[in-house]
Write a protein that binds this ligand. Structure first.
Ligand SMILES: Nc1ncnc2c1ncn2[C@@H]1O[C@H](COP(=O)(O)OP(=O)(O)OP(=O)(O)O)[C@@H](O)[C@H]1O
Ligand SMILES: [Mg+2]
Length: 327
């Protein structure tokens, strides 16, 4: 089947200022450095990794919101049309983004119902009455009430605002949602409601999702497949259940060991140190500075993603008996 979304060797590099005074200069920062994945219709790919590893940049590249430094994005087998063209606008309507901070994503001066309607006034050809009716119906489908149409964003709770943002994203009947930390800004008590809503919507509407989060517990709940990023690259990728049950990359193992499982006491793998400076990525395997299994070989060459037991893993030592034994 042709994937709905395909990212092929995506790269996004920035030139950032480094040093001070007479030593000031520019250095490349590889925010995303050779990322490939595919999402089938109606499926969810979870994208996880520590802060700054390139998740949001990957999401923006997938939607064509920023141009890649290298690589390509394909939608239903077609390359991304030129930004600003009619074909691009039509495609953008089918790809929507849900952000972490719903208040920031909404216009404070406009009633929320108007904002839900807005995508139709841009992309659709419905009459104003039809637009309003569709907005009301969509608001109801995400658990909002009709009388909330005329409320302003600040008059709603955080969870309700995220529902408004979601309703707005759904108005153009997208086939892909990129959700970038959609629940991190919400109260813990509301997080589960919004996650369940996303799951329900996926089931009823068949929407595919790129679900970005550093919360592995939620990612496990919503994803069919998972990609784990470290400093701009995917280090492990595979079917969610298998990956969480038996992570293979030492970095994935550390992340998974930190997920609390009720009633189970597990040995938590604590990673040494912080993630390295992204403008000064360690040579070879970027993870070797924090990896309990690193050797000279790991410092020498960047490991490529290789198939292993039905998934992809980028680790020189993945077949090493010592590492297998530690699992
Ligand atoms: N416009 C930009 N200019 C320079 N560097 C950038 C820019 N945007 C992102 N970066 C850098 O690229 C890297 C990846 O950023 P990105 O926002 O994709 O991370 P993230 O995984 O989404 O992190 P978080 O979990 O904190 O949201 C970071 O080191 C960031 O500082
Ligand atoms: Mg981010």
């Amino acid at each position: 089947m042709t994937p709905l979304l395909e990212a092929i060797d995506l790269r996004r590099h920035y030139q950032v200022r480094v040093g001070r005074g007479p030593f000031a200069g520019k250095a490349p920062l590889r925010a995303v450095d050779g990322v490939s994945f595919a999402i089938q219709p109606g499926r969810t790919l979870g994208l996880v990794g520590e802060s700054g590893c390139g998740k949001s940049t990957t999401g923006k590249l997938a939607l064509g919101l920023i141009p890649p430094t290298g690589g390509t994005v394909r939608h239903a087998g077609q390359p991304m049309p030129p930004p600003g063209s009619a074909a691009w606008r039509a495609l953008r309507a089918r790809l929507q983004m849900v952000y972490q901070d719903p208040l920031g994503a909404l216009d404070r001066r406009l009633p929320v119902g108007r904002q839900v309607m807005e995508p139709l006034t841009i992309h659709g050809d419905a009459t104003p009455a039809e637009q309003r009716e569709r907005a009301l119906a969509t608001m109801e489908s995400v658990g909002l009430q009709r009388h909330q149409f005329d409320r302003f964003p600040h008059e709603l709770s955080g969870g309700q605002r995220q529902r408004v943002a979601l309703a707005r994203a759904l108005m153009t009947r997208p086939d892909l949602l990129v959700c970038d930390e959609p629940i991190s800004a919400l109260d813990v008590s509301i997080q589960a409601q919004v996650v369940n809503l996303l799951l329900d919507l996926q089931e009823s509407l068949g929407i595919a999702m790129l679900f970005i989060s550093h919360d592995l517990k939620v990612v496990r709940q919503v994803s069919h497949e998972v990609a784990v990023m470290y400093l701009g690259r995917i280090v492990e990728q595979g079917e969610a259940g298998a990956l969480f049950a038996a992570p293979r990359h030492p970095y994935t193992r550390a992340l998974v060991s930190a997920i609390p499982v009720p009633g189970v006491r597990r040995e938590r793998i604590i990673l040494a140190g912080d993630p390295p400076n992204p403008v000064d990525v360690p040579a070879g395997c970027a993870f070797h500075t924090r990896c309990p299994f690193g050797t000279a070989a790991c410092r020498a060459a960047v490991p490529s993603l290789r198939p292993l037991d039905g998934r992809l893993v980028a680790c020189h030592r993945v077949d090493d008996p010592a590492l297998r034994q530690a699992a």
